[in-house]
Design a protein around this ligand. Structure first.
Ligand code: ARG
Ligand code: ZN
Length: 878
């Protein structure tokens, strides 16, 4: 029985206040919960009160101080029901006892190392106590925590600390926290432990002094400095960019090493996977620094988009996640290079979200039904959800967008809202009907836009014709047209041409002035006037909509765009399109028994880009070819990963050989030129240098390995060290194995660095990789209990090693299926996420498709699957 959006009903009871009394104990933590309950004036009268539980056992229940007979309370591990509760305000007190040490799902209250921590989103609070565990029940929490001082000198919860003290002569102690902002249970958090702390402060624009704390494993305090810096920048940015100020006197972040996801925005007490907090030049790459900055910002921004305004139900998840990702993308773009950031975001969207939308797990940005909500923390909800908001901004313009955001904050502060509420603010601010635009929330799948251009030399006109197509997706056979904003320009030999459009085309003045044309019907034609010669259209500038674009540009057109397009995204896109076409032709040749294709024109164009290079970060993106997964996605069906690998390898070799001198010179020109800085400029230089090294190694393996070995020996930053190791790992042999051993010895004490060592080995595209992984699973540093270890070894294999996961004998599928089943016994959420690696199985060539399906069917046939894995396997098989 799935949960359905259309069945939403307001709760029959509200819980205005929650008083929790928690006595921490490793195996027997006692929780007394006092709930101030009243009938909801908008609910049904005389309804039963049904509280959610998950594996609970109540030891005592009282109603207004009177003990309730536990049998009469219709008590089960999953539910506590009062058949006829009072129809007036009343107090319910429930005592539960739980075992945090036995909690391997990492939902609810669990142990990470010696610390106690919680994860309650979406439905973890019910693993702590019985509650109306749904986001539209908002309560004020007061939390008293008691523990042995030696075990947990640090006691944290949401809000402000109002009291603390010693017990039993200092052997035990307690702290009382109160969060004045009514919040749903999923934002509750509690931490107890012995951690090292870093403190700072932030003064908001209206003068509130906020005490900031980041709490990490002892000894790691210096590694929290960058996170603290990112936090302060996030707080300042939200004030200027969105007018949002922080609202409590304290803001705490706790880093733990066992965490299912990235991080969690609990009010005033964010809990993080330590991977997104800890950084030092010697242990974290530039990409790690960028991720830390983005996740710190993301969770902080949730304080307004998620916490102050929360979600009415879990179908509205994108209301907070899509919007908050949009906000963190804007932040990172302002902190770094907007152009480079856009490319990275689009690469990530195409890598993670497009395949989801094209396969059996496709779902709406605003889903209408689910079996297991944990499986909906997806790239579609997060990344596509952010793209939809970005499109909205492009469509209605910056000013109307800002007015709409302010309206949203004003009108819905303190409430649990819906997507309709959100959109209505922009409709009002822009004075525009957004019904058709909202289809982006209600229809899944990535639309295909086909464009064609015709130049009429006599009339000096250029006509563009657009058509949109949407394939059926699960449960959606027919789709209404999407409203697709297409930012565009016409590029001539000297750059952009002025756009002039005839009135008969129906293009609005607004469209022309912004150069954003709206494709809201199945097709549309636009004729540009006074075009002196055949132009090259630059379409979907800045990736103005999450669609696939097909325009029959000639190779000469693409070279023109690479050289002259004023839109930096489309210069990059033209190079990607060129490479992708070349690679697809090579794949076809290779499968027909022939050879990879060569195209000196493309390689020369890259050579020009490399030599000009005024922006190293951007140039690094330009010379990085589409990934094997990108090419598979462009093929769409009958995918043969071995042919793709061979084609891409051959092109890398050809580029590396042909541009060897240019690559070496770029490598030399971008050597470190000062003390380490994680900023975008310095990171960009390293990115280009290492991208050059990578291609050089492909073209000149012997010389390249020598260079990489030298870099590996001398490296004093993780960015340069892991890049060198990656370059050395390109070729089997003692050089590679020696470097892997050295790396392990250098970093054995740092679990997060050893994760890189696992991932790098898991992605080696050689036949004995599976054996290597099986051996690494027995390595002392590996543990199936820790999500980061699972993701770096098994996850990297399943999503990052196209040829070996899709090994023609099915061994990769069988292996991952086996791990999924093992893991499902311990941590179903992480198991389900790993299983989602099968999402593109239907697009494989027949033999692999059969083997992948067989592996999925074996899982499906298993008796005792978790709801999480069952849901993914059933949807995958359709
Ligand atoms: N709200 C968190 C974040 O984006 C994600 C938490 C999801 N956790 C989970 N167990 N599904 O930022
Ligand atoms: Zn989030």
């Amino acid at each position: 029985e799935p949960v359905r959006l259309k069945d939403y009903k307001a709760p029959d009871y509200l819980i205005d206040a929650v008083d929790l009394d928690v006595k921490l104990h490793a195996t027997a933590t006692r929780i007394v919960s006092r709930l101030s309950i009243r009938p909801n004036p908008h609910g049904r009268r005389d309804a039963a009160l049904v509280l959610d539980g998950d594996g609970l056992n109540a030891r005592r229940i009282t109603l207004d101080g009177e003990a309730i007979d536990l049998d009469k309370a219709l008590l089960s591990p999953d539910q506590l029901t009062l058949a006829a509760p009072p129809q007036r305000p009343f107090a319910l007190e429930i005592e539960t006892e739980i075992d945090p040490s036995a909690n391997t799902r990492l939902m609810g209250l669990y142990r990470s190392g010696s610390a106690y921590c919680t994860q309650c989103e979406p439905e973890g609070f019910r693993r702590i106590t019985y509650f109306l565990d749904r986001p539209d029940v908002l309560s004020v929490y007061t939390v008293r925590i008691e523990a042995d001082r030696s075990e947990a000198p640090l006691l944290l919860s949401n809000g402000n600390l109002i009291e603390a003290g010693d017990l039993e002569g200092g052997k035990r102690h307690y702290a009382v926290w109160r969060d004045p902002f009514p919040k749903p249970s999923y934002l509750f958090a509690l931490v107890g432990g012995d951690l090292g702390s870093v403190h700072d402060e932030f003064i908001t624009k209206s003068g509130r002094k906020v005490a900031l704390g980041i709490h990490v494993e002892h000894g790691k305090e210096p590694h929290a400095a960058y996170a603290m810096d990112a936090l302060k920048r996030s707080m300042a940015w939200d004030e200027t960019a969105f007018g949002r100020e922080y609202d409590l006197d304290v803001f705490n972040i706790v880093a733990v090493s066992d965490f299912n996801m990235g991080a969690m925005e609990n009010k005033g007490l964010n809990i993080f996977n330590d991977k997104y907090v800890l950084a030092s030049p010697a242990t974290a790459t530039d990409a790690d620094y960028a991720h830390i900055e983005a996740v710190i910002a993301h969770e902080y921004f949730h304080n307004w988009t998620g916490n102050r305004i929360t979600c009415r139900d879990w179908f509205q998840l994108c209301l907070k996640e899509g919007l908050t990702v949009f906000r963190d993308h804007e932040f990172s773009s302002d902190m770094r290079s907007r152009a480079v950031h856009r490319i990275a975001d689009v690469r990530a969207l195409r890598a993670a979200q497009f395949p989801e939308d094209a396969g059996p797990l496709a779902h709406n940005v605003r889903p209408e039904t689910y079996h297991e909500i944990n499986n909906f923390y997806t790239a579609t909800i997060y990344e596509k959800g952010a793209e939809v908001i970005r499109m909205l901004k492009v469509l209605i313009g910056e000013a109307a967008f800002a007015r709409g955001m302010n309206l949203y904050f004003d009108r819905y502060d303190g409430t649990a809202a819906t997507i309709e509420d959100f959109i209505s603010c922009f409709a009002e601010a822009a004075n525009r009907d957004l019904t058709a635009f909202s289809r982006w929330y209600h229809q899944s799948g990535t639309p295909l836009v086909e464009a064609n251009g015709a130049y009429d030399a006599a009339a000096r006109t250029f006509t563009l014709e657009f058509r949109q197509f949407s394939k059926p997706t699960p449960g959606q056979d027919h789709k209404e047209p999407f409203v697709i904003p297409i930012a565009l320009g016409l590029v001539g030999r000297d750059g952009d041409l002025p756009l002039k459009v005839g009135a008969q085309n129906g293009a609005s003045a607004l469209e022309i002035s912004r150069a954003v044309f709206e494709l809201s019907a199945p097709s549309r034609k636009i004729t540009f006037l006074d075009v002196p010669s055949r132009p090259v259209p630059s379409l979907l500038r800045g990736f103005s909509a999450p669609v696939r674009l097909d325009y029959p540009a000639s190779e000469a057109d693409l070279i023109t765009l690479i050289a002259h397009d004023s839109d930096s995204f489309n210069r990059w896109q033209a190079a990607q399109t060129y490479a992708s076409r070349l690679l697809l032709r090579s794949v076809a040749n290779i499968r027909a028994g022939g050879e990879a294709r060569h195209d000196q024109g493309f390689i020369d164009a890259l050579g020009v880009v490399l030599n000009k290079s005024s922006d190293p970060a951007y140039t690094a993106q330009m010379i990085t070819l589409p990934s094997e997964a990108d090419i598979a996605r462009d093929m769409g069906e009958d995918v043969d990963p071995d042919a793709i690998h061979a084609a891409r390898d051959a092109l890398r070799q050809a580029i590396g050989k042909s541009l060897a001198a240019g690559l070496l010179s770029a490598y030399a020109r971008h050597a470190e030129n000062g003390p380490y800085s994680p900023d975008a400029e310095a990171a960009g230089r390293r990115a280009l240098r290492n991208a050059a090294l990578d291609l050089y190694c492909a073209g000149e393996p012997v010389e390249g390995a020598r260079l990489a070995a030298r870099q590996f020996e001398a490296a004093d930053t993780m960015t340069n060290e892991i890049a060198a190791l990656g370059a050395l790992a390109q070729r089997a042999g003692s050089l590679r194995e020696g470097a892997l051993d050295t790396f392990y010895r250098r970093h054995a004490a740092e679990a997060l660095v050893i994760d890189k060592w696992f991932a790098l080995q898991a992605m080696i595209p050689e036949t004995d990789t599976l054996e290597r992984i099986q051996k690494l699973m027995r390595h002392a540093a590996f543990s199936l209990q820790n999500p980061n270890r699972v993701r770096s070894l098994i996850g990297a294999f399943a999503t990052g090693n196209q040829t070996r996961f899709n090994a023609p004998d099915g061994s990769g599928y069988d292996f991952v299926a086996g791990v999924v089943l093992d893991l499902d016994q311990k941590n179903p959420q992480v198991a389900a996420r790993l299983l989602a690696a099968f999402k593109s199985w239907r697009s494989l060539e027949a033999k692999r498709r059969g083997l992948a399906e067989a592996a999925l069917r074996r899982i499906a046939a298993e008796g005792a699957l978790s709801a999480d894995v069952k849901d993914i396997v059933e949807r995958s098989l359709g």
